[in-house]
Design a protein around this ligand. Structure first.
Ligand SMILES: C[S@@+](CC[C@H](N)C(=O)[O-])C[C@H]1O[C@@H](n2cnc3c(N)ncnc32)[C@H](O)[C@@H]1O
Length: 190
């Protein structure tokens, strides 16, 4: 990934990152909403969203679930998410944490559901991230990952199975509009 793409979309930073966040909120928002819908959140379920970027999925998850924690390494995106979810951050319903998939700073077995949209391809050490997700998920907790199909790591299903997840499924979804491409969607249980 080139420097401009990294600052715009990878780990967004500065002006390029703010523009990237604006574009992502519009282009990827429907996929964020789709994944939350697929998760079938219950009102008391504790949700961790990895790489929430500008925070569209955080707002939707907070509508259906319990406490929602967004974990992102980008200060620019944490600020954008804080602005988008300011009322929910105020009440503590949405919490924002500087971290990454392999180091979420969340307690053991605290999450009912972990969601990730368009960042699994950015995780530098996916096995470490899978181990971290298994650490924070409750027994039989759910993991849902969506990523632009063209960016999806090969053999993600096999990777999740090898990491110990069960009931691993993969499918595709066509987001509406012209800004987003086909999404590859994976679901699994801890
Ligand atoms: C392409 S953006 C996607 C944002 C949003 N989920 C969406 O689909 O519009 C990637 C996001 O993942 C974050 N990110 C990058 N590396 C990450 C990692 N290792 N763990 C978690 N999030 C990461 C970035 O900071 C950024 O907010």
């Amino acid at each position: 990934m080139g420097e401009l793409a990294r600052k715009g979309f990878g780990v967004p930073e500065g002006a390029a990152g703010r523009l990237g966040g604006w574009l992502m909120a519009r282009g990827n928002g429907p996929t964020e909403k789709h994944l939350v819908k697929l998760a079938g959140l219950q009102s008391k379920e504790h949700v961790v969203v990895l790489g929430p970027g500008p925070g569209v999925g955080l707002r939707v998850a907070a509508k259906y679930g319990g406490i929602v924690v967004g974990v992102d390494p980008s200060d620019t995106m944490l600020l954008a998410a804080r602005e988008r979810c300011s009322d929910l951050v105020e009440t503590g319903k949405v919490q924002l944490v500087r971290g990454e998939a392999a180091d979420t700073h969340q307690p053991d077995h605290s999450a009912s559901v972990v969601l990730s949209v368009n960042n699994v391809h950015l995780w530098e050490d996916r096995p470490a991230a899978y181990a971290e997700i298994r650490r924070i998920l409750k027994p039989n907790g759910r993991l849902l990952i969506s990523v632009h199909k063209k960016w999806a790591p090969a053999d993600l299903t096999a990777e999740l199975t090898a990491a110990g997840f069960t009931n691993v499924t993969s499918t595709t979804w066509e987001p509406p509009g012209r800004l987003a491409s086909t999404a590859a969607v994976y679901t699994a249980n801890r």
